[in-house]
Design a protein around this ligand. Structure first.
Ligand code: B12
Ligand code: SF4
Length: 502
């Protein structure tokens, strides 16, 4: 008899839990060949207890963790350590963005036995079969493993699979472990928002992005028909009324987007996804109008910066410029689709003065965007490097003295937690005063323009905050906005998209 598998989604957020698509898709890959259980740290008060409970049954032999940076990593590390100490016969397999990008620290921890680097749809079942049959690991694509001598081996990567041929997502099985309804939460899109992931990778190679080292500019998406079929299944069975598309770059193909939009017409479901400005700016007016009619309410765009030199350095690989970012915000207003622009502040520069200059000019640029389209939502991140080997930006940050932790447990320190959340990275070129300046601006702009994605804000709060913050915003006096912070703490408890984001 084959051994059983645990699939674990460590806690990733405090509320508004989304369908754990990573372990759901991995579960699909073994659905017909192995017995498995799903454990969602988000919906368990004591997930360790649940894991331990399952492990009393000696037929469990494998545990798969999905790990992204931030809170998930913080739960995953102590669990991996405890598992090795208390259940040494259990084979630990990590996947997900952190595991793939920081695989050396993961493999050298001594707790994790294998890493699946990128898609696990074929790698995971192949690995389990190899372990059951005691056959070699060399030929399993996307697998990182260790020889008996302790050398870490990275196998070759396989081409992205035709996403329509992947096995069905086992929503019904997930529902047996956790009522699916618990994952359909209210958002600004609707009362029961479904999180759906329709494509793997991204065709671009931005030098700051965690997707690049894993997917190397490859992208494959499910067809519009397949996406529609899945959405309708969850809508009809559990009442989903809106969708967040969690793809890295949902709008790559205008043809696919418009085909889906045509299917969604009249379904009365709002939706949101992530895109590039230069891609969607090439969409025709007819496509944008159709998307809006079909429920596309807001799109997240990596605007990054208004500085053309920096955009080049970021290797956005397309035609994005500061002028285009501004013009596009205006264009979206015409179609009533809200552009949600994310900016990355605090990139390295030749000297301190130049870093300050970049930050301040981007802040002024953001204010200009608000002038041309006040509905534009602004998300601010502080630049946190990812190891995109070979990119100019990565070479530059290494020269500036930046190093990633070598040991998994170092990631548990509060400083690296801030880094993960892209709030206060440990980059040597950023001074605490710069980080403070960015954070102060963030407080002021979110008060001046409260986000529409916060469904809890009352209309009174939406009126009062802009009035109180107006003078700071218009005079550029962002320094220590204690009055706004106090209000946010005691009166608003508002949602900060940066912290609760993807
Ligand atoms: C949904 C999501 C979340 C959810 C959590 C979902 C959950 N699991 O509970 C929320 C919103 C809470 C979240 C939070 C954060 N997120 Co997030 N998130 C995502 C998002 C959009 C989708 C993940 C997903 O479901 N993918 C769908 C599955 C099918 O794809 P997949 O995970 O790649 O899985 C495949 C393979 O990777 C592999 N695999 C994955 N896991 C496993 C496990 C095993 C055992 C195996 C064998 C294989 C395997 O096989 C799968 C199938 O092929 C991704 C981007 C993306 N498109 O993936 C970002 C992403 C993972 N998040 C990211 C980040 C940084 C965060 C934050 C830490 C920071 C932030 N400010 O956004 C925050 C934390 C917030 C906080 N409060 O601190 C980054 C990670 C970047 C990096 N440096 O590694 C990503 C890549 C976004 C990005 N492009 O920057 N996130
Ligand atoms: S377009 Fe977005 S997802 Fe794609 S590489 Fe650039 S930042 Fe990453």
């Amino acid at each position: 008899m084959k051994h059983k598998v645990l699939l674990f989604n460590p806690r990733s957020a405090n509320s508004k839990h989304r369908i754990p698509n990573s372990i759901l898709q991995v579960a699909a890959s073994i659905h017909d060949s192995f017995e498995y259980v799903l454990i969602d740290g988000n919906l368990e008060s004591d997930p360790w207890n649940t894991i331990q409970g399952y492990l009393q049954d000696s037929s469990f032999r494998y545990i798969g963790f999905t790990v992204m940076p931030g809170p998930q990593l913080r739960q995953a590390i102590p669990f991996a350590q405890k598992l090795k100490e208390q259940f040494p016969h259990i084979i630990q397999i990590w996947g997900g963005y952190f595991a793939s990008n920081q695989y050396l620290a993961v493999m050298q921890s001594g707790w994790v036995d294998f890493v699946v680097d990128g898609p696990g749809d074929r790698a995971f079942p192949s690995l389990l079969h190899a372990l059951e049959l005691k056959t070699p690991f060399e030929f399993i694509p996307n697998l990182i493993w260790k020889t008996p001598e302790g050398d870490v081996i990275k196998n070759s990567k396989e081409a992205l699979l035709d996403q329509d041929t992947l096995p069905e997502l086992p929503y019904d099985t997930l529902n047996q472990f956790y009522p699916l309804d618990k994952y359909l939460n209210p958002t600004f899109l609707g009362k029961k928002t479904l999180a759906y992931h329709s494509s793997m990778g991204c065709p671009f190679k931005c030098s700051f992005c965690a997707v690049v080292p894993i997917y190397e500019a490859r992208w494959k998406g499910k067809s519009a028909e397949k996406i529609f079929q899945d959405i309708m299944y969850v809508r009809d069975k559990w009442g989903a009324d809106s969708i967040e598309f969690h793809d890295n770059n949902f709008f790559v193909s205008e043809k696919r987007t418009t085909a889906l939009a045509r299917l969604m017409l009249g379904k009365n479901m709002n939706w949101w996804g992530e895109a590039r400005i230069d891609t969607v700016d090439q969409y025709t007016d007819a496509s944008l109008a159709l998307m809006r009619e079909a429920g596309c309410k807001m799109i997240f765009f990596g605007a990054e910066t208004g500085n053309d030199e920096l955009l080049k350095q970021m290797d956005k690989g397309g035609k994005q410029t500061g002028a285009q970012i501004l013009a596009f915000a205006k264009r979206m207003k015409k179609f009533d689709i809200i552009p949600e622009y994310s900016f990355v502040l605090g990139l390295p520069a030749d000297n301190e003065q130049a870093v300050w200059q970049q930050i301040k000019s981007d802040i002024q640029f953001i204010k200009r965007i608000k002038e041309v389209n006040p509905d534009t939502e602004i998300i601010l991140y502080v630049y946190s490097p990812v190891p995109t080997e070979g990119s100019d930006l990565y070479t530059q940050i290494q020269k500036a003295g930046f190093r990633f932790p070598q040991h998994l447990f170092e990631w548990l320190s509060p400083q690296w937690e801030q880094f993960d959340q892209r709030k206060n990275p440990l980059t040597p070129w950023l001074t605490p005063a710069m980080v403070q300046y960015i954070q102060d601006f963030e407080t002021v702009i979110h008060a001046r323009y409260p986000t529409i994605s916060d469904t809890k804000l009352s209309s009174l709060q939406r009126r009062v905050m802009p009035t109180i913050s107006q003078w700071r915003y218009s005079t550029n006096f962002f320094h220590r906005p204690y009055e706004l912070k106090l209000l946010q703490k005691f009166w608003l408890r508002y949602r900060q998209p940066e912290w609760e984001g993807m």
